[in-house]
Design a protein around this ligand. Structure first.
Ligand code: ADP
Ligand code: ASP
Ligand code: MG
Length: 431
């Protein structure tokens, strides 16, 4: 008998039929003798619908809105998960499986107070454990928590993954199974590249990089939790028939691995990630003197805006251009901070913004020991006539910022250039 956490995403919970199928699958695991904690998302489209309603009443309601407005956005968005936990508990009870649902605040799942992007700080496992001991399936809302003042918070879009892995960590669960609408982690989003190949396993570091570079299959903070607490985490399909043998289901999908097996033949590039969520801002004609980066980015950071790629150009005649990217939700706010708080004191010429960019990244542990990977990336893009606006690298990834309209072309061309559709001989090949 093991304690297992299941997470079901929006599509997996998308209709009463789908919820019934989830309940049947969960019941199968219970019958096999396991203790189950289930973390569902809101039904598909529901979070968008709720936030759409909010926008009708406050058009600029987003992550960049005031703290008061973001508090209400969380109160609104959190209701989606509140409905799905109740429905799933009912579906289980209807099948004769004892089940109880909890909202984040009832567990409680404690978070900080950063509304719309809160971080989990602590999870009290007492209530869950006593229900499990009483033979109940415990269903906990994904995506939401409660801050020290008792306000409902949410963890950012896709946050149910993080709720699930964090609950698994707190309970020291044997495994966290992330059920979704694809049957695992692919070399890139299979919706963009149909030839993408499912990975049998992916190293934690690669998964972290893929998620942080935009692969929405897992929210990045869920991968961080998995790594920090060594939670065995697997991504698998909720669309297989619920009654497939449990032994088969338990080894399907993609496992995140923590040990690098030296004997494994690693593909140089494990996958390609992309994201359209950023905007580029250039402060032009900045006097090139010490302290400039701090003068520009300090006020941006003070406004609680995260910065991603940064480049500073060579200076000409003592002046330089300084560019960086931020999340698109923060674009207007960043432009505002720069125009009101930075430009007047800095003596720069202008602030220019471009929200029609995307970032494409190649990720792979094998890049550590192979030279020329980035060069191949740049050559491939140049052969497609795609101009690179920014480049950033780390040990295991290279990212480029390009015009948004070339995103799909770039991803497909790179997928081909790195032969990702070919099963590699080693352990990364799909089984
Ligand atoms: P859920 O609602 O289950 O959380 P998401 O839509 O958040 O599902 O994540 C699953 C989606 O992630 C897939 O449908 C797929 O389009 C997308 N995706 C992006 N990159 C990848 C990848 N490398 N492998 C698999 N899926 C990916
Ligand atoms: N329902 C939330 C969202 O749509 C959380 C999640 O699905 O993980 O972002
Ligand atoms: Mg998701």
């Amino acid at each position: 008998m093991a304690l297992i956490v299941h997470k079901y995403g929006g599509t997996s919970m998308g209709s009463p039929e789908r919820i019934r199928s989830v309940a049947q699958r969960v019941a199968k695991w219970v019958r096999a003798g396991h203790q189950l904690v289930v973390v569902p998302s809101a039904m598909s489209g529901e979070t968008n619908r709720l936030l759409g309603l909010a926008k009708e009443l406050m058009p600029d309601a987003s992550q960049a809105a005031s703290a008061e407005a973001r508090r209400e956005l969380d109160a609104i968005a959190a209701t989606g998960e509140q409905v799905s936990v109740g429905l799933l508990a009912l579906a289980l009870q209807a099948q004769g499986v004892p089940a109880v649902s909890y909202a984040g605040w009832q567990v409680p799942i404690e978070t900080d107070s950063s509304h719309t992007k809160a971080r989990i700080t602590r999870i009290d496992d007492q209530r869950i454990r006593s229900d499990l001991a009483a033979g109940r399936v415990v269903i906990v809302t994904g995506f939401q928590g409660v801050d020290p003042q008792g306000h409902v918070t949410t963890l950012g879009r896709g946050g149910s993954d993080t709720s699930a892995v964090a609950v698994a960590a707190a309970l020291q669960a044997a495994e966290c199974l992330i059920y979704t609408d694809v049957d695992g982690v692919y070399t890139t989003d299979p919706r963009i590249v149909p030839e993408a190949r499912r990975l049998h396993s992916i190293s934690f570091e690669e998964m972290l990089e893929m998620a942080s570079m935009g692969s929405k299959v897992l929210q990045i903070r869920s991968v961080e939790f998995a790594g920090k607490y060594r939670v065995p985490t697997r991504v698998l399909s909720s669309f297989t028939p619920w009654d497939i043998p449990l032994a088969e289901e338990a080894v399907s999908g993609t496992l995140i691995t923590f040990e690098e097996d030296e004997k494994m033949e690693q593909a140089v590039v494990a996958g390609i990630a992309f994201n359209r969520d950023e905007a580029k801002i250039t402060v032009a004609g900045v006097p090139d003197k010490p302290g400039i980066a701090f003068q520009i980015l300090g006020p941006v950071a003070d406004a609680n805006i995260d910065i991603d790629v940064i480049i500073q150009n060579m200076s000409h005649d003592g002046r330089t251009d300084f560019s960086f990217t931020v999340h698109r939700n923060d674009y207007v706010k960043t432009m505002d901070v720069l125009k009101t708080r930075v430009l007047p004191t800095l003596g720069a010429r202008d602030v220019l913004g471009d929200a029609k960019i995307c970032k494409v990244s190649i990720v792979g542990i094998g890049m550590r020991s192979h030279v020329g990977v980035a060069a191949r990336m740049f050559r491939t893009l140049s052969e497609e006539g795609i101009n690179i606006q920014m480049i950033t690298t780390s040990e295991i990834k290279t990212s480029v910022v390009i015009d948004e309209k070339y995103m799909e072309l770039a991803v497909r061309a790179l997928h081909k250039a790195f032969e990702l559709e070919q099963p590699s001989e080693g352990a990364l090949a799909a089984g």
